[in-house]
Design a protein around this ligand. Sequence first.
Ligand SMILES: Cc1cc2nc3c(=O)[nH]c(=O)nc-3n(C[C@H](O)[C@H](O)[C@H](O)COP(=O)(O)OP(=O)(O)OC[C@H]3O[C@@H](n4cnc5c(N)ncnc54)[C@H](O)[C@@H]3O)c2cc1C
Length: 420
Amino acid sequence: MSTSTSGPIHVMGAGLSGLAASIILAKAGKEVHVHDIRKDSGARFDGDFQGLENWSSNRDFIDELRDWGINPDEFKSTPFHEIDVIHPDDEISTAWGPKVAFRVVERGTAPHTIDQGLKRQALEAGVNIHYNSRVKPEDCTIIATGPKGTSAVAYGEVFKTSFPNHVSFHLNDKLAPGAYAYLIVIDGIGLICTCLWRKQSKSERFLNETIAWYERHYPELDIEPIKRVGGKGDFTINDRYKESGRYYVGEAGGLQDFMWGFGMRYAVTSGVLAAQDILGGEDYDKAVRKQLLPFVKTSVANRFLMNRIGDRSFKRIARMWMKDQKKRGDGLPFIERIFRGSIWRNLVYSSFGKLMLKRETTKDGRKIRRMPFRKDLKRDRWDPSPDAIAIGKRWERVRRSGGGTSFSEDSDNSSIPEEE
Ligand SMILES: Cc1cc2nc3c(=O)[nH]c(=O)nc-3n(C[C@H](O)[C@H](O)[C@H](O)COP(=O)(O)OP(=O)(O)OC[C@H]3O[C@@H](n4cnc5c(N)ncnc54)[C@H](O)[C@@H]3O)c2cc1C
């Protein structure tokens, strides 16, 4: 195998970033081989819903995909203009905007998932995909292996429901330490998920308590559990994004949203930028610094601030959001402003934000700064409610009769086949 860009291109990782890069390269006539350690694209996720954000740029992401030659009609995506915003004191408001704020896509191995939609396009373009394949990074030109370390985790339960299509975004430091929880329902399938930005023991109690909260506050939400899903996020700032002739894309290059973990758009965009450099376009490192890193740095500043607040400030943020929406008749500009940066957020990044990141040298000698998985706080230690205990028992019964779990206590390695 070779890392040169004139012969066949080897890509490590057949997830969003690796497949996006491969589609562009193969369509331009390159011989492309993608290697994935798992049995299929999306196998890391197993059917959870994720939000494809549409607020970090004025350009609709779906139009951007079409411009790059990636067909968004190959996967199912459900657009949303409206969500419930749940304040930490349980008040529920509605955020609304005339523009599509985000689209919900499914991750996994089912035909309608974004992973399989990109995989089909890669195969049609002539990409050779090798699953259950272990290769060395030094033999690959593009490294697209997703998260390596753990900066945060998310746990969710997927269930059948008769509830209509819906998304709730839930700011609550008890249920989701340092982060947020959410409910997504698409066409009879629901997901309740909680994100933990502080490392916990017995993490399942956060998910059980979150589900109990939803059952209490959305009495029409019927839940018939199917499986539990989740995953980890890896948030790093890299000294270089192209090193020794290799391109680090997606989460393998730390390209993630440090505040809330909306990493899919970064993943696809960085894969495209790497392919464009290989095809003679702008240097990848420069393009990342210009197009993606400013947003990443803003998200570091936001994360620094998020780490210092709790429910009282979450309440203030939710109130400000709703006030801004009332003034403009549009809830989206508030979120756009948070994500797109400002002079003072740049200042927060350079004065404090980057100092919270831990300097590391990776196994292949690259210098990065990683957001550590923070320790739990005293306020994270509480006893589960009787409702949450009952939900844990309900899940246990489903699990014993075959309900799958794709992620537990910060590892999804079970989806990687054992070495022969
Ligand atoms: C629970 C959860 C919820 C999320 N929700 C959202 C959301 O709502 N919105 C959003 O935008 N983002 C979300 N994200 C983040 C988003 O999923 C990631 O940022 C995105 O998938 C990163 O894409 P990637 O191409 O870097 O990695 P992936 O899409 O994960 O692909 C990496 C691929 O590399 C393969 N691989 C790993 N190691 C090797 C190896 N050694 N050799 C070969 N192949 C290897 C893996 O099997 C995988 O197929 C969420 C993440 C999690 C965990």
